[in-house]
Write a protein that binds this ligand. Structure first.
Ligand SMILES: Cc1cc2nc3c(=O)[nH]c(=O)nc-3n(C[C@H](O)[C@H](O)[C@H](O)COP(=O)(O)OP(=O)(O)OC[C@H]3O[C@@H](n4cnc5c(N)ncnc54)[C@H](O)[C@@H]3O)c2cc1C
Length: 466
């Protein structure tokens, strides 16, 4: 059984894809690669879903994702197939440093800390980020015995068990907030950090497990970086995909309203029309897929609705460099929930990537919202702007007036893999057995990053056998 589908089928009619984010576009692209036509339904005026790039005051601004993890191969493979290989740039890892706000001050994450796992003694011991009792717990963690057969737990419980509460509050929570916008006491260790659950089972200690995997890792390739992106922004991936699929894919600017099925053919209702196909890819957020499936399969819809989503906003703040006397020699900073600010994180874009910020400009990419902080999305643009500037003043002593502030709101866009997510996926896969030609793609299932979404879109496309 393929993942998030049940069996394969024969295709010659256009497949219908609902949702024109990176997942749906990848499905359309990989169908097109096999010479198979598709119909893509997307209501937004521009494709890409949360991937949106624009240029403001000479700065390249990513409203949604800004890069992808280089370790996951699917994004780079697609980019190369599209002929954009030469436009790939890496993060400036030689100047990679992240601060965490503690007691209102910027405190560097100690060298050798991998997520919340210390791998070097001296930088951890001398770091002001953690108290002596946490440092002692980190040392004693090395003595833990392997523990297999553990049930799924929250990331918070798991990290607290290994390193104590402070490691949750000042490491796991802020680090995961930047990726998931989620609550560590709800997110599932098996789905969000499965590697650490495996290490616990095999080594007991996460430090021991991490050191062992570092020792076994192949030597780092020269020039290899943690993150990659495109010189023209991730929007150029969307533009290239749109161009590549155009000969094979009919784009319909509409919102799908409901799905029914008769004699093995799916009917998708859009305003004023019904589209039919035996093959259907749902590449929307899981909650939107649930709404579409309500009458066709209420049980499946109910399962999909159990996948949580958080809302967040990014705010690009652009300054004239001459107005800002400070230097910010770091990729950015994270604000633990304990420090109670509107800002969850902030990237100094010129430090992280080249080709984004022209000389004479400073671009800060700020994140707000996430689980427990979502009310900020209902605030007006002026209120969001004031909240961001007040935080930047308090945390960075930044008092200059920006020349532009660009706000992007992303409602219910970030999937939350809560405890029990794997079991829920199993239930969804079982239910999909009644729908042999229906596929689910998107960030709600088996990975939230761009490469994961591309992989699921590709798997969906390739599972329709011609
Ligand atoms: C602010 C932010 C920053 C991020 N940063 C990163 C990062 O740096 N790196 C990384 O790898 N990942 C990042 N992510 C995660 C990643 O970008 C997303 O998980 C991924 O882009 C989701 O793609 P998708 O196609 O599954 O969903 P979406 O992009 O949400 O697209 C779904 C599409 O479905 C459409 N749709 C919904 N309902 C219907 C309907 N009824 N009919 C038709 N269409 C419908 C929507 O309009 C939308 O266009 C970030 C996410 C956010 C929100």
């Amino acid at each position: 059984m393929s993942r998030l589908s049940c069996s394969s089928s024969v295709s010659s009619n256009p497949s219908i894809i609902i949702g024109g984010g990176i997942s749906g576009l990848s499905a359309a692209y990989y169908l097109a690669q096999r010479g198979l036509p598709s119909i893509l339904i997307e209501p937004a005026p521009s494709l890409g879903g949360v991937v949106q790039t624009r240029t403001v005051a000479g700065c390249l601004l990513e409203g949604g994702p800004d890069s992808f993890l280089a370790a996951k191969p699917e994004a780079l493979a697609l980019i190369r197939e599209l002929g954009l290989g030469d436009a790939v740039i890496g993060s400036n890892d030689h100047q990679r440093l992240t601060w965490i706000v503690k007691g209102g001050r910027m405190t560097p994450i100690p060298d050798g800390l991998m997520m919340m796992v210390p791998t070097r003694v001296l930088p951890t011991l001398t770091s002001p980020l953690l108290s002596w009792s946490t440092k002692m717990r980190m040392g004693l963690e090395l003595l833990r015995s392997p523990r297999s057969g553990m049930p799924d737990r929250s990331v918070g419980e798991f990290v607290e068990d290994h390193y104590g509460r402070e490691a949750v509050d000042y490491l796991a929570e802020p680090l995961l907030s930047g990726v998931y916008g989620g609550d560590p006491y709800q997110l599932s260790i098996q789905s969000v950090l499965p590697r650490y659950a495996e290490m616990e089972a095999r080594y007991g200690s996460l430090t021991k497990g991490t050191l062992a995997s570092l020792a076994q890792a192949p030597p780092k390739q020269p020039g290899a970086t943690l993150f990659q992106t495109l010189q023209g922004g991730l929007g150029s991936l969307i533009t290239a995909l749109e161009k590549a699929i155009a000969p094979h894919c009919r784009l319909i600017r509409a919102s799908a309203q409901s799905i029914s099925r008769q004699d093995g053919v799916y009917s998708v209702r859009i305003p004023g029309a019904t589209l039919n196909s035996p093959h259907l890819v749902l590449a929307t957020p899981a909650w939107a897929a649930a709404g579409l499936l309500d009458s066709l399969d209420p049980g499946l819809a109910q399962c999909l609705r159990r996948i949580g989503y958080s809302s967040s906003a990014t705010v690009g703040v652009i300054y004239d460099r001459t107005d800002v006397p400070q230097q910010f020699p770091a990729f950015g900073f994270l604000v633990p929930r304990r420090e109670r600010r509107h800002l969850v994180a902030c990237t100094f874009v010129d430090q992280k990537f080249n080709h984004r910020v022209p000389p004479g400009r400073l671009l800060l990419r700020c994140f707000l919202g996430g689980a427990g902080n979502e009310a900020i999305l209902d605030a007006s643009d002026d209120e969001i702007r004031s909240a961001v500037l007040a935080d930047l003043q308090a945390l960075l002593s930044l008092t200059a007036k920006p020349i532009a502030v660009e706000i992007s709101r992303w409602r219910r866009s970030m999937a939350q893999y809560h405890v029990g997510h794997q079991a829920l996926l199993g239930e969804i896969e079982n239910r999909l057995c009644s729908h042999p030609q229906l596929r689910l793609a998107g960030n709600g299932y088996r990975g939230i990053g761009i490469p994961d979404c591309i992989r699921l879109g590709k798997e969906a496309a390739n599972s329709f056998h011609g």
